[in-house]
Design a protein around this ligand. Structure first.
Ligand code: BGC
Length: 482
């Protein structure tokens, strides 16, 4: 079992209350169909830099210009959404998708401090209208890894003014788009942003091993999040505001060995628990509050818990890895996994991760949205199996009474995967970035069937049953495109 030590019992009561409400989710019907609650959101998630194309004023474009994208690819036009997102909205509509998460690109909207680009806001209005006209509910993230170069130059979220600047940006966006959108994600994966940028060094600004700085940045984001949450509610009292949290199942390799369990629990606490603990209780775990200062203003600032879940990592004690807090974190060869990126496999493709993450999140006592879940898989070798089984686990969590309101797959169309560029393909729809040609994958067809019927047909449950090791052949676990 993954480590479960987490934020305190106070939320347990609320979680129990939320659980009670959903006791009416049906078990499988006679023909084995798994039916989802009425109004369940079947969505896909995207982010501005990964799909829009031609973003040249944020820190990721500078990272690319400096030759830091590991795959050597160029983002270029990406999926061409800045000129034609509507082509993919048509596709989404045809697939029965009823919700779509985008992000707004701060560097387009505020290209210089205090200077606002009205045509950019107008384009976002057009995008949101385009979704609504197709019966698709928009969810907007305000920060998905990228921000303007001027903001990065002042040290991003380490700067004392960062929370106020982010609040000012948030107000501008909500004033401009608020009549078209009510669902807001303040930040995408603060834990990944901080860890990758300041501990691992694979995201800009590329700093490594700076544990205290990592927590200072997290604290800056928490303050910015808290201010944005309050600002949105002031402007839009019925707004639905949360953040997207990356949850990893850290599995001790040898559960019988206390060292493996402790190291797994430590990584769980630092990575999974930190942000959540502040939202739940107002303080960081493990004494990091000393570095971060008073964060009590962020307590209680969420209306929902957004979860991004990609699977499971194995952890064992390794005295040779002080920089990883004496943990070797890896993906065994024998488990199902998607294509390999430049740094190896992302995680074990583990359908059960969704249920574990949902159980964890339920303790906050708020509705849950799965805001990302997927696998890099250019040939669609493993995605159909993963999709059907992850949704099966999600349905089990609903039957347990966990209040999950929607599932957003990452992603609709292959897009620019950060350091892995075009090498990793997460789309339900394949994209050739050179020609912009789209080709539906089998997993896209499956997703459409499930979304349109609001159920997993029993026949699909049967077709893909198995634990993955049995059904996923060697071919399925091969190490990605050449
Ligand atoms: C991020 C996405 C990314 C996906 C796949 C998530 O952590 O939010 O931007 O493309 O993972 O790696």
């Amino acid at each position: 079992m993954p480590p479960r030590r987490c934020f305190s019992g106070l939320t347990h009561v609320a979680a129990t209350a939320v659980r009670g409400k959903l006791a009416n989710v049906q078990p499988a019907t006679g023909d084995g169909d798994l039916i989802f609650p009425h109004g369940f959101l079947w969505g896909v998630s995207t982010s501005a830099h990964q799909v829009e194309g031609d973003n040249h004023n944020n820190q990721w474009s500078a990272w690319e210009a400096a030759g830091r994208i590991k795959s050597g690819d160029r983002c270029g036009r990406a999926c061409d959404w800045w000129s034609n997102a509507e082509r993919d909205f048509d596709l989404a509509q045809d697939m029965g998708i009823n919700a779509l998460r985008i992000s707004v690109e701060w560097s387009r909207i505020e290209p210089r401090p205090g200077v606002w680009d009205q045509p950019a806001l107008e384009r976002y209005r057009e995008i949101l209208r385009g979704l609504r006209q197709r019966g698709i509910r928009p969810v907007v993230s305000l920060h998905h890894f990228t921000h303007p170069l001027w903001f990065e130059a002042m040290q991003g979220f380490l700067a004392a003014e960062a929370p106020a600047l982010f609040e000012r940006f948030t107000r501008r966006v909500v004033n401009a788009l608020g009549d078209l959108c009510q669902d807001w994600v303040t930040f995408n994966e603060p834990n990944v942003y901080c860890a990758m940028g300041y501990a691992v060094g694979l995201f800009p600004p590329g700093r490594r091993g700076e544990l205290f700085t990592t927590f200072k940045v997290l604290a800056g984001i928490l303050r910015a999040h808290g201010r944005a949450y309050r600002a949105i509610h002031e402007l839009q009292p019925h707004g639905n505001v949360g953040w997207a949290h990356n949850y990893v199942v850290f599995e001790p390799l040898r559960p019988g060995l206390p060292f493996d369990r402790w190291i797994a629990a430590l990584h769980h606490s630092l990575f999974n628990d930190s942000f959540v603990r502040v939202i739940a209780e107002g303080t960081l775990p493990l004494g990091f509050g000393m570095v971060a200062g008073d964060l009590s203003e962020a307590r209680g600032t969420c209306d929902f818990f957004g979860l991004n879940v990609y699977g499971r990592l194995y952890v064992c004690f390794d005295p040779r890895k002080p920089s990883q807090l004496f943990g070797n974190i890896f993906v065994p060869e024998s488990v199902p996994q998607g294509d390999w990126g430049t740094e190896g496999p992302l995680a074990e493709a583990y359908p059960g991760a969704l249920r574990v993450a949902a159980e964890y999140a339920a303790r906050l006592g708020k509705p849950i949205y799965i805001l990302e879940n997927g696998v890099p898989d250019a040939q669609d070798r493993i995605r159909p199996w993963l999709l059907v089984n992850a949704l099966n686990e999600l349905h089990a969590a609903l039957r347990d009474g966990i209040d999950i309101r929607g599932y957003f797959h990452w992603t609709l169309t292959d897009n620019f995967e950060w350091n892995d560029g075009w090498r990793l393909r997460f789309g339900l729809v394949e994209l050739d970035p050179a020609t912009q040609r789209r080709t539906m994958r089998e997993s896209g067809r499956l997703f459409a069937i499930i979304a349109k019927r609001n159920r997993i047909p029993g026949e699909l449950v049967k077709r893909y049953e198995g634990n993955g090791v049995a059904t996923v052949t060697k071919e399925l676990t091969q190490k990605g495109p050449a």
